[in-house]
Write a protein that binds this ligand. Structure first.
Ligand code: HT7
Ligand code: ZN
Length: 858
């Protein structure tokens, strides 16, 4: 396969200012006529080259005359054109019902829909399918009226009518020039939840959330999140919606979370449908965050789009930063930050330390779909956050205004964004640009010394080598820090923001009368790994006294991590371990602190995940980590049993379900407490969990209890799983939870159970949510996936080879856990490599899988 390189970018030879598409829709055979007004750009004599993937032209005309001198080259349609402006028309036929890749035009549960980002439009019609070709679209759809009563496309509806033989048609027009990846249409039997939003300039926008009729009651949260997002973007960024309608459609088969098509967002139903009985608090928050994310793209992505796919983080990193800020404003900013950092560490840090590491602006790819990564999205958001921190809120907003105004209606680059920030703030971001070009998570060693009223903080940064980048230059690190007095517990001076730019730096603090304790990288101001020699006592102190909630959480996490890593190293899983005592005391203090928000407590007392513990070790030992973590969990459960019961009881007294921050916090703490009670081995713990499961008036409590039971040997486990299955067997999103809960189980027989589940009649590889709920969940279950026999690797490889034939994109995204073989002992590494080699040799392997697997082997 051909490597695409950022350096090879050339502006398009032809622009296509106007496009008219005519669809005769049918699941088995859809006809697509395209009329392109093409204009030669600059002085050249190159032909018009239109991307195509799996298309055969039924006809090609130029200025109304059929031509025969076109040719197909690697799927592309090459059309020689004499002049500088022509009208080129093509016709093709598609079979949406046979499109299992879910890219282009496909069928999901009887609904016809599209997914074009990144390169799906070329599966619909011949077109220069690149984001720097911006066109105005007019779309006509015709379909059987009974099967497809609703016909939607981008922009505004302009006409509709009857077409005879039970068919009807509709025409839509999008006045905003857009790249082909933002094209969308939907045809189906859909019901709508309508709303309106009056923009800041007084325009009325009609909102619609379109779903199957039976799902209509579960769309209220999404609609309200949409209105909140629209108001937030006006208030926070001064950005107003620009069309008269904004539609969202939910479908069950979707490769990703959602898609920001202009005026017609298409969503994975998982991020739209929510009611208390079927969606957890986590799901509710995710619905609001994804609705906001896609809406925010209207400016950061649609009005200003990307020049080429190497600039993907320009829209994705910025939009994630925007949706994170939005969510923080809706509830607890501290808890949101903790959640975001936890997912960065779970998904992005391992990526940045592994064979698939890449900068947020990559230099080369084989398949762009593989670059919709945690690095582009989440590290990208951290980079924007650092710019905001360095500039301060006013200058950051001025930079955003400048960027939006200057690049409105164009396809821009990351460089354009950074230059706007520099121009608006007067700050030099030359060195900061390394965040765009260097991969790898910087590691910062911080050592604090104190002598005679003066404290010295010595910092040393190092960016580890990553594939293709052996040597790294120092990064700009905005580091928030503060000192606290070890005796008084009081802050010694204000919080400081320092900009570390060199490999080593020393910061001096004068007038420090008592021994200082360092609170460092507060708020996770830079996405780095901190290596500090703070003692357990100092971490416990910060866990009690730090005024920055993130730093307080972080101190607790570090305290637990240090204890766990020491237990693993000592092969010690006994409850007599000294490290346990410091952790127990810190958790007790946290539970006893009446000033703390229950949602924060629930985060602060959670043990680090098995994989995060593994990330701290030179060679990951999954079994030893599991044993050490279980021993600590059991010990925390037993020693603090009274406190867990008290926390459980007070959280249980919250009354009937309400979706409020306070109620969410109590539910979270309740299930965390239940988990520790289960771990304690208390005789009544299984019954307690079953009661929570059975009495629940919401999915958060029910799934929380099911998760606790699913990982246990309690007699209530099987009945609970059966009841859950029977109650929700007609709800695919809840069945996904049934699969993933079992795949994440800590039981010894999880691998066998997962193999069995893969044969369950409700398991379907063709549905990405279902595939992810089993294979994706299982491969992050560290101990089960890394079973020494290699059976976990074999299972995942078998599934991925099958899935690749159906849906390469989804398969390729599930491969990375197999690629982390360098982190494990020689025997496991050999088994992982053997599976990767088997995948690479699989007949007919996709480009997507080839790229992921071959890079993982290199
Ligand atoms: N911009 C969207 C990306 C996306 C996507 C990418 C590859 C394959 C399928 C896809 N569906 C959506 C989603 C977003 O970031 O908002
Ligand atoms: Zn996005």
């Amino acid at each position: 396969p051909q490597v695409i390189r950022r350096q090879d970018y050339r502006p398009p030879d032809w622009q296509v200012p106007e496009v008219a598409l005519d669809f005769a829709l049918d699941p088995a055979a859809t006809r697509v006529k395209a009329r392109l007004e093409v204009v030669r750009t600059g002085a050249h004599d190159r032909p018009l080259v239109l991307d195509g993937d799996g298309l055969t032209p039924l006809s090609v005309t130029v200025d109304g005359v059929t031509i025969n001198d076109w040719r197909l080259e690697d799927g592309r349609l090459v059309v020689p054109l004499p002049g500088s402006a022509h009208v080129v028309e093509t016709e093709v036929e598609l079979a949406p019902e046979r499109n299992t890749q879910l890219m282009g035009l496909y069928a999901s549960g009887g609904i016809l829909c599209t997914q074009c980002e990144a390169e799906g439009f070329r599966r619909i019609t011949f077109f220069p399918d690149r984001p720097d070709v911006l066109s105005r679209y007019r779309v006509r759809m015709m379909a059987d009226k009974a099967r497809f009563p609703v016909l939607l496309a981008n922009g505004d509806p302009i006409a509709h009518g009857e077409a005879g033989e039970g068919r009807h048609w509709a025409e839509w027009h999008d006045p905003f020039p857009k790249p082909s990846y933002l094209f969308a249409l939907v045809a189906g039997d859909l019901a709508v939840n309508r709303g309106t939003f009056t923009t800041m300039s007084g325009r009325e926008v009609e909102l619609g959330i379109w779903v199957r009729a039976r799902d209509l009651d579960r769309t209220h949260h999404a609609l309200s999140a949409l209105k909140t997002s629209m108001a937030w973007d006006e208030r926070t960024y001064g950005r107003e919606y620009d069309l008269d309608v904004f539609n969202i459609v939910a479908v069950d088969d979707f490769n990703f979370g959602a898609m920001e098509n202009k005026g017609l967002n298409i969503f994975n139903s998982r991020y739209i449908l929510a009611d208390p009985d079927t969606a957890t608090d986590y799901d509710y928050d995710a619905v609001a965050a994804v609705v906001a994310h896609e809406y925010f793209h209207n400016w950061s992505g649609n009005r200003v789009t990307c020049r080429d796919w190497f600039q993907l983080s320009l829209k994705e990193g910025f939009t994630v930063y925007r949706d994170q800020s939005f969510s923080a404003d809706q509830g607890s900013p501290a808890v949101k930050r903790i959640e975001d950092v936890r997912s960065l560490r779970a998904a992005q840090f391992p990526e940045d330390a592994g064979p698939l590491a890449h900068p947020i602006r990559p230099d080369a790819y084989l398949e762009i779909s593989n670059f919709y990564t945690a690095t582009i999205y989440n590290k990208g958001a951290e980079v924007i956050r650092m710019i905001a921190t360095i500039l301060g809120p006013q200058a950051f907003r001025a930079g955003c205004d400048l960027y939006f105004e200057r690049f409105d209606g164009t396809a821009a680059t990351c460089e354009d964004f950074v230059a706007s920030m520099e121009e608006a703030s007067g700050k030099d971001l030359a060195q900061f640009r390394r965040w765009y070009s260097q991969a790898g998570t910087p590691r910062v060693a911080a050592t604090l010394t104190h002598e005679g009223g003066r404290a010295e903080l010595r910092l040393a940064q190092r960016v580890p080598p990553t594939p293709g980048q052996e040597h790294k230059e120092p990064m700009v690190l905005p580091l928030k820090l503060r000192l606290f007095g070890a005796e008084t517990g009081r802050p010694l001076g204000d919080e400081q923001l320092i900009l570390m730019t060199d490999s080593t730096e020393t910061i001096t603090f004068e007038g420090v009368g008592e021994r200082p304790v360092l609170s460092f990288n507060r708020g996770f101001s830079a996405p780095i790994v901190v290596e500090s020699d703070r003692s357990a006592a100092d971490l416990a102190f910060l866990g009690r006294h730090d005024d920055d909630p993130f730093a307080r959480y972080e101190a607790m996490q570090q305290l637990m991590l240090d204890a766990l890593v020491a237990s693993v190293a000592a092969g010690n899983d006994s409850s007599q371990d000294g490290g346990h005592q410091a952790v127990l005391a810190a958790i007790a203090d946290t539970l006893d602190d009446p000033a703390l928000d229950p949602a924060f407590i629930a985060e602060a007392v959670l043990l680090p995940s098995e994989s995060f513990i593994g990330d701290q070790m030179a060679v990951v030992d999954p079994d030893a980590i599991f044993r050490a973590r279980e021993a600590l969990r059991r010990n925390i459960g037993r020693e603090l049993e009274g406190r867990w019961r008290a926390a459980y009881d007070s959280a249980s007294a919250a009354g009937p379900y309400a979706y409020t921050s306070a109620a969410k916090g109590l539910r979270r703490l309740r299930t965390v407490a239940l988990g520790f009670l289960m771990a304690s081995g208390a005789a009544d713990a299984g019954a307690l969990a079953f009661r929570q499961f059975d009495d629940a008036d919401n999915m958060t409590d029910r799934q929380g209890a099911l998760g606790a039971l699913a990982g246990s040997n309690a007699p209530e486990r099987v009945p609970a799983l059966d009841i859950f299955y029977n109650r929700y067997s007609d709800n695919p999103l809840v069945l996904d939870k049934w699969f993933s809960t079992q795949a994440l189980s800590a039981r010894d027989d999880t691998l066998a159970a997962v193999e069995e589940l893969a044969r369950h009649p409700d398991f379907a590889l063709a549905n990405p949510n279902r595939a992810r709920s089993l294979i994706g969940a299982f491969s992050v279950n560290q101990r089960a996936f890394h079973a020494a026999s290699g059976a976990g690797y074999r299972f995942v490889a078998d599934q991925l080879i099958q899935l690749d034939r159906i849906n390469p994109q989804t398969a390729a995204k599930l491969l990375p856990p197999l690629g982390r073989w360098r982190r494990f002992d020689a025997a496991r590494a050999a088994r992982m490599r053997a599976e990767l080699e088997r995948i690479v040799k699989a007949p007919g392997l996709s480009r997507d899988m080839f790229e992921q697997a071959s890079k993982s082997l290199a």
